[in-house]
Design a protein around this ligand. Sequence first.
Ligand code: R5P
Length: 260
Amino acid sequence: MATTYAPHFIASETTSSSSNPIKMAQDELKKIAAYKAVEFIKSGMVVGLGTGSTAKHAVDRIGELIQQGVLTDIVGIPTSKKTHEQALSVHIPLSDLDTHPVVDLAIDGADEVDPDLNLVKGRGGSLLREKMIEFASKKFVVIVDETKLVDYIGGSGLAMPVEVVPFCWKFTAHKLELLFKESGCVAKLRICPETGDPFVTDNSNYTIDLFFKKSIGDLKAAGDAILRLPGVVEHGMFIDMATAVIVAGDGGVTVKNKER
Ligand SMILES: O=C[C@H](O)[C@H](O)[C@H](O)COP(=O)(O)O
């Protein structure tokens, strides 16, 4: 796993900078990115509703605009049980991929964004449903504060999650570690801090968090190799899936667009 990933063309980038940049709280930046993304929603759309502290702002805002009558005939497709509950609480009509197999636009956060707009997702535990819904989306808008930008996938030194079946998870974790031995990979079962038990996903699976000391090289090859391991359900690399990334920072908001 050490060949080079060929970069893709970023179609366009627009920045609205603040002439008087001030230091903003991280949550404020998340909200700014989320509100900007919601501007892309039009009445009548089927919308993928992301999971996490950034996507939460987008879901609240969509609910608000529906209540105000600004957005009508919206159908939301939640990417987790948690988002499902939140969306119901703000009165967003909901459905699923079985009924609405084509999603017009999905909005979600990310844990890492590389220069080619590839992502790491799933540190909040929801990667499988997110990937299914975002794969089904004509447009996938990612919302982040600038701390999520990395030079390469895994570059934050934090987890790249892999959802696995609970059966013999140690075997699967060991195979994952071996796969990325050259990158100094360490595989850890995710544990609930409150109970000390394994973290269980919405799909009743476990999560193995992979930590890399250096780049894993070709992301598509790495992703394919992970998916070939029996026991793996899905990984948290979202390669060539984002069509736009909205980055909020102290200097303003940048929208990076990419052709899929
Ligand atoms: O599983 C969680 C999702 O992939 C989140 O979108 C991701 O972890 C980013 O979350 P946050 O916006 O809370 O940083």
